[in-house]
Every structure is written in structure tokens, then in C-alpha cells.
Ligand binder design. Structure first.
Ligand SMILES: Nc1ncnc2c1ncn2[C@@H]1O[C@H](COP(=O)(O)OP(=O)(O)OP(=O)(O)O)[C@@H](O)[C@H]1O
Ligand SMILES: [Mg+2]
Length: 194
């Protein structure tokens, strides 16, 4: 079983997945695979993006690497929905919350704006739905949740997926209910443009 945790940078994928594994990893017997680290360590990239300061993943190689894994894994990355997972959990955050989180992380203002806009436009969610279909995609709004609360949502979904009792979580984490398109105007008006 391969469960992807994806989302725009700043939605808290790494924080939530590490908390999930710390708290529930043993009981649910799910190994965390941080795909961005895999890309670097296994050299599954096709170049280096100087501007972004990160490797450009070779998606085919990454897909092959993931396909060869035989254990139950939680795949964590903004690319995780693109490597043919069985299920996808898309973490979301109100774009204005995202701006605050990315500012704390020291992201350049231009990158903050780019990510906040992508979040307002549901870019990753749409990609996940296109890649996997809406009965395999769950959406978790992290805007007003602590890291531990997000980890508990992931646990709820993982347990449902493992037991095959999906009705409840499909209702609770149904994708497409968030609409932050009105935030685009606020993002334009704010001092993000430099
Ligand atoms: N639920 C949350 N509530 C408040 N702050 C959070 C939450 N989740 C993460 N953060 C904070 O937001 C920042 C980004 O979190 P994190 O690095 O986990 O995001 P990410 O989705 O893994 O981003 P990236 O794609 O850049 O790796 C960190 O400073 C983290 O402490
Ligand atoms: Mg991360």
C-alpha cells in the first residue's frame, strides 16, 4: 500500500508526516519515505534548478523507484501524487496562513507569492485528482490545525484505507470543498509583489 501525502510548500507535509510516524508509525506499520530526500540520495534528478536551489526530479526514475518498493509506505513530497500511489492525502492551507508559514521559513517574497497563488488555485489538488481520481483523493485543511491534529487526520485516513472502510473518511475529507480563489485579490493587494 502506497499512500501519498502531497501539497503546496508550507502546507506542513514534512511536519505532519514526521509527527504521524512518531505517534502512530509503529502501530500502523507504515514507513515514511521522504521523496525529496530520495531524489537527492538516489540521484533521481535531471538537473539542478539554480533559481529554486533544488534538484529537478526525474519523474520516470522516481516512479520506477517507488514501484519497486514492496512495503507499506507513506510517500511525502509535493510530487508524491505523481508517482502512482494507491491513495493521496492533499494537505491544504488558507493562502494567507501559507504566507505566514513561508515567511517564518525565510522563503523569498516572490516564492511565497507563487506558492500562495498556486494554493489559491488548487493546483496540486487538481493534479492529484487528474492523476488518481476523486475516490482515491482526500483533502485535509491544515489552516487551523496543529501539526499533531493533522497527523491524527492522516492516521484516520490511513486506518480507513487499511481496513477498507472508506465511507466515513470519503465524506469527512472529500476533495474540492475549499475555495480560496477570493484570496487572489488579497495576495495582489498585499506587499508581496517586489
Ligand atoms: N499545522 C501547522 N500549524 C502551524 N504551522 C505549521 C503546521 N504545519 C507546518 N507548520 C510550519 O510551517 C512551515 C512549513 O512546514 P513543513 O516544512 O512541514 O511544510 P512542507 O509542506 O513540508 O513544505 P516543503 O514542500 O517546502 O517541504 C514550518 O515552519 C512548520 O513549522
Ligand atoms: Mg517538506
Amino acid at each position: 500500500m502506497k499512500i501519498a501525502v502531497t501539497g503546496t510548500p508550507g502546507t506542513g507535509k514534512t511536519s505532519a508526516c514526521r509527527a504521524f510516524v512518531r505517534t502512530y508509525g509503529d502501530t500502523l506499520r507504515l514507513k515514511l519515505v521522504e521523496l525529496n530526500r530520495v531524489v537527492e540520495e538516489q540521484r533521481l534528478y535531471e538537473g539542478f534548478d539554480e533559481e529554486r536551489g533544488c534538484y529537478i526530479a526525474d519523474l520516470n526514475k522516481l516512479r520506477n523507484f517507488v514501484e519497486a518498493m514492496n512495503e507499506d509506505v507513506l510517500l511525502e513530497s509535493h510530487l508524491a501524487h505523481l508517482v502512482a500511489p494507491d491513495y493521496v492525502i492533499v494537505l491544504r492551507a488558507d493562502p494567507l496562513v501559507l504566507v505566514e508559514r513561508l515567511r517564518n521559513e525565510g522563503f523569498p517574497e516572490r516564492k511565497i507569492r507563487e506558492n500562495a497563488e498556486a494554493e489559491a488555485l488548487d493546483v496540486i489538488l487538481v493534479e492529484a485528482l487528474e492523476a488518481c481520481g476523486d475516490d482515491r483523493v482526500f483533502e485535509v485543511d491544515t489552516s487551523r490545525k496543529s501539526v499533531e491534529e493533522v497527523a491524527a487526520c492522516i492516521r484516520e485516513i490511513v486506518e480507513a484505507v487499511k481496513s477498507g472502510k472508506l465511507d466515513e473518511v470519503r465524506k469527512k475529507y472529500k476533495p474540492g470543498r475549499l475555495d480560496w480563489s477570493h484570496r487572489l485579490e488579497a495576495l495582489n493587494k498585499s506587499d508581496l509583489r517586489h
